[in-house]
Design a binder for this molecule. Structure first.
Ligand code: NAP
Length: 294
């Protein structure tokens, strides 16, 4: 059994930490808003009052916070993981952040004798709750091998995709594909409704053909019901599309659809939908079509 610290017990981090605790590991959770540690404690984990307290005895430190500045704060900030963890600690960053930031943090970790893997995930809240995440891992092969047993507890498809930062690059590609899919599904729903088609029947048959997708399976009901509780928040997907468009530009490649859907995601944020699930891209299609519902 391994001593694991888990920092960031939000929509994704909480169920992941609970799976690790239920698998028999000693899991100490830290969350900025302390109440969110309760489900982990009920599942047999312990709540820490600071990052330093959480990581003091940890062999493995997992991080699941929103964005690049947050991961930088948690790892390299005063009283953060680099200040407080033991040399040799294996740090697994599950957050989706900029690949270049990950690479810099991995170098800082190595300078302190620690090891950092970037291990962003896909599969949404359902994937986290069902321990069925896809995990795309960047870093050293031996660190990946050491972390694999923990990945297997929270994920189903776990792949080492290359050196430090590669996991984040693959995740950026993932977010491009997902956003474009959601936008296309949203446009199809509004289009079908405009023709008075039975959308439930339509999405059932579309789901069985080439138009079928996990996005369709997982997001169709949100769209049909106009029920946009997150899930994956628009503001987080906006962050990810910023990563995609900047990284594509740096690499000298173009992603026209990525650019377009990034604008539509930004519009959703500007219209006050940042806290809604990303399936609420549908609301943007309705706004553009003059079909806003009360
Ligand atoms: P979330 O529910 O907002 O949880 C984020 C957690 O990070 C919260 O517990 C928050 O604490 C904590 N946090 C935020 N800023 C912090 C800081 N500066 N220092 C310390 N703690 C901080 O977000 P989430 O949906 O779990 O997403 C987490 C990461 O997973 C993101 O990178 C996201 O892009 C990625 N992701 C999400 C999904 C999804 O479907 N939700 C799917 C795949 C990947 P408080 O409780 O105090 O706010």
């Amino acid at each position: 059994m391994t001593n694991i610290a888990f920092i960031g017990l939000g929509i994704m981090g909480s169920p992941m930490a609970i799976h690790l605790a239920k698998a028999g590991h000693e899991v100490v959770g830290f969350n900025r808003t302390p109440e969110k540690t309760r489900p982990l404690v009920e599942a047999g984990g312990r709540a820490a009052e600071s990052i330093a307290d959480a990581v003091a005895d940890a062999e493995v430190v997992c991080v699941m916070v929103p964005d690049s500045p947050d991961v930088t704060d948690v790892l390299a900030g005063e009283g953060g993981v680099f200040d407080s963890a033991k040399s040799g600690t294996l740090i697994i960053d599950f957050s989706s952040i900029r690949p270049d930031v990950t690479t810099q943090l991995a170098e800082q970790a190595a300078a302190r004798g620690m090891r950092l893997l970037d291990a962003p995930v896909s599969g949404g809240e359902a994937g986290a709750k069902n321990a069925a995440l896809s995990i795309m891992v960047g870093g050293e092969a031996e660190d990946f091998a050491a972390a694999k047993p923990f990945f297997d507890i929270v994920g189903k498809t776990v792949v080492h995709v290359g050196p430090s930062g590669s996991g984040q690059t693959v995740k950026a590609a993932n977010q491009l594909i997902v956003a474009a899919n959601i936008e296309a599904l949203a446009e199809a729903v509004v289009f079908l409704e405009a023709y008075g088609v039975d959308t439930t029947a339509a999405l059932e048959v579309l789901g069985g053909g080439l138009a079928g997708s996990k996005v369709l399976d997982q997001k169709k009901q949100n769209m049909l019901d106009r029920s946009f509780d997150p899930g994956f928040r628009i503001e987080l997907h906006h962050k990810d599309l910023g990563i995609v468009t900047a990284a594509a530009r740096e690499a000298g490649v173009v992603a026209p659809l990525g650019g377009l859907v990034a604008q539509l995601m930004a519009s959703a944020l500007a219209n006050g939908d940042g806290g809604l699930d990303h399936s609420a891209l549908l609301r943007g299609v309705e706004r553009l079509s003059g079909r806003t519902q009360p």
